[in-house]
Design a protein around this ligand. Structure first.
Ligand SMILES: Nc1ncnc2c1ncn2[C@@H]1O[C@H](COP(=O)(O)OP(=O)(O)OP(=O)(O)O)[C@@H](O)[C@H]1O
Ligand SMILES: [Mg+2]
Length: 132
């Protein structure tokens, strides 16, 4: 299985997505440390779906760029969207009085990180980590 799709709607789905990411990373030779980093980044974007969009999905897949093997995580929802992407990527910015570390944290844990969002249409986070 080089691709898994996990519907995200509740807290328990976050655990399922985390585990799917960890498992795929393990199956593709990622270190225990990197498995944990990927799982942690998945938790953050999955939690954002539950909290802000109520439902969405996460797709974890194996990707290759010719020389490298990576794990790609795409977290998407059709929720309210994010008004200011630059603000959302800042440490400490939260519209729910939370820590505001989820998105910037996930960006630091992964190698590639891309956030797109449209007000009233939804949000998609695409992130990758390459095997060292
Ligand atoms: N999927 C999403 N849909 C709508 N808004 C989002 C989504 N993900 C993040 N946001 C917005 O971006 C802000 C920053 O997200 P981030 O995950 O960094 O922090 P947080 O969720 O507020 O706090 P923390 O993750 O530290 O508990 C959120 O407060 C929210 O306004
Ligand atoms: Mg968050």
């Amino acid at each position: 299985m080089n691709e898994t799709r996990i519907p995200i709607e509740r807290e328990s789905d976050i655990v399922v997505a985390r585990q799917a990411g960890r498992q795929l990373a393990a199956a593709n030779g990622f270190s225990m440390t990197d498995q944990t980093l990927i799982a942690t980044a998945i938790s953050e974007v999955a939690r954002n779906i539950v909290v802000y969009a109520l439902k969405g999905e996460i797709i974890v897949s194996r990707v290759e760029d010719g020389t490298r093997v990576g794990i790609q995580v795409v977290a998407s929802d059709a929720g309210p969207g994010i008004e200011n992407l630059d603000m959302a990527m800042r440490d400490g910015y939260s519209t729910k009085n939370s820590l505001g570390l989820g998105l910037p944290g996930a960006r630091r844990l992964m190698d590639d990180f891309h956030l797109t969002s449209e007000i009233g249409h939804g949000t998609t986070v695409t992130m990758k980590k390459w095997r060292r």
